[in-house]
Write a protein that binds this ligand. Structure first.
Ligand code: UT7
Length: 324
């Protein structure tokens, strides 16, 4: 018998308003044409002043718990993957824990920027497989709009706010790739690439949060290579091929990265869940937002084999293979 982490439910939340490319073009020197052609993004959601990451996380969490048919009392652990916490401390996860009315178990944040949800899956899976938790609420939630330099057109048009959540429970499998649940997770990082994507501030260096800085073209070059390598490592370990995967659920940074990765690995474009047009890059929230979108619209069905992937600042990157 093999312990498996199984997906019991999912949910997501996007704050209003949605902000179009045309609206952004009234604020910075850009155009709908440039943004669509270079990234595939048409809209992104921006949280209004006073709405924080934990607000978005809480709503996504409530929806995920409802879809799982569970309450906060059933949870042993809350993990929030975020780069934009409400406060430097305590963790956003403990705020969500309190607001859910959960009075037991543990809660903490995971920081791996855009790879945060895949890192969080890896952590949640380890807790479940080692018996340290039976039921885990994993949330990816971000208010990226708060760390953008709104005068920098090379970055401010790319990101958005949002949250996605998954409830993971303990299941049993035979130890084969036919099992339901997480089959494996693969996470990687290379801190030498810091300068390509970072914030120019932080609590210990500038006493502030800083703004997101990115050498986009350089990040792009690494993205397809790293993401493809992580996906191949995940599939190889499970002994499965591209043809066995029903849906690819990627981090949404750029439609051209999604297309480039699909082409490199021979994945049919229609098997890739893309939400970039309406969400933009929501960092750690993007994978669970895409996942929930495709579950709710009926594309992802129970029993489907899914390959999730992400890549972000650090650099960090990774993949997770799971049967829904
Ligand atoms: O989620 C974490 C991981 N992040 C990513 O994976 C992002 C990876 N990078 C990218 O997605 C792309 O590199 C970008 C979308 C960021 C940029 O696309 P690009 O095709 O690499 O454009 P570029 O940076 O090479 O810039 C091309 C031109 C430049 O003008 P010149 O120097 O050729 O005259 C830019 O100044 O486009 C200009 N430009 C813009 N023009 C209009 C840059 N941003 C804008 C803009 N509107 N918003």
């Amino acid at each position: 018998m093999t312990v498996r982490s199984i997906v019991l439910g999912c949910g997501s939340y996007l704050p209003e308003p949605a902000v179009s490319n045309a609206e952004l073009a009234t604020r910075v020197d850009t155009s709908d044409k440039w943004i669509v052609e270079r990234t595939g993004i048409k809209n992104r959601h921006i949280a209004p002043d006073g709405v924080t990451t934990s607000d978005l996380a809480l709503e996504a969490a409530r929806r995920a718990l409802a879809s799982a048919g569970l309450t906060a009392a059933d949870l042993d652990l809350v993990i929030v993957a975020t780069t934009t916490p409400d406060e430097t401390f305590p963790s956003t996860a403990t705020r969500v824990q309190a607001r859910l009315g959960m009075t037991r178990g543990a809660a903490f944040d995971v920081q791996a920027v855009c790879s945060g949800f895949v890192y969080g899956l890896s952590v949640a899976d380890a807790f479940i497989r080692t018996g340290q938790a039976r039921t885990v609420l994993l949330i990816g939630a971000e208010t990226m709009s708060r760390i953008l330099d709104w005068s920098d057109r090379t970055t401010c048009v790319l990101f958005g706010d949002g949250a996605g959540a998954m409830v993971l429970g303990t299941g049993e499998g035979a130890g084969t790739s036919d099992d339901r649940g997480i089959l494996n997770t693969k996470i990687f990082s290379d801190g030498r690439l810091h300068d390509l994507l970072y914030t120019d501030g932080g609590v210990s260096s500038t006493r502030g949060a800083g703004h997101l800085r990115m050498q986009g073209r350089e990040v792009f070059k690494h993205a397809v290579t790293n993401i493809s390598a992580a996906m191949e490592a995940s599939m190889a370990e499970a002994g499965i091929s591209v043809a066995d995967v029903a849906w690819f659920v990627p981090h949404q940074a750029n439609q051209r990265i999604l297309d480039g990765t699909a082409k490199k690995l021979g994945i049919a474009r229609e098997r890739v869940v893309s939400t970039i047009a309406e969400h933009g890059n929501t960092s750690a929230a993007s994978v669970p937002l895409a996942f929930d979108t495709a579950v709710k619209d009926g594309r992802i069905q129970r029993g489907d084999l899914l390959l999730l992937e992400a890549m972000g600042g650090g650099f960090t990157w990774g993949a997770a293979l799971l049967r829904y």
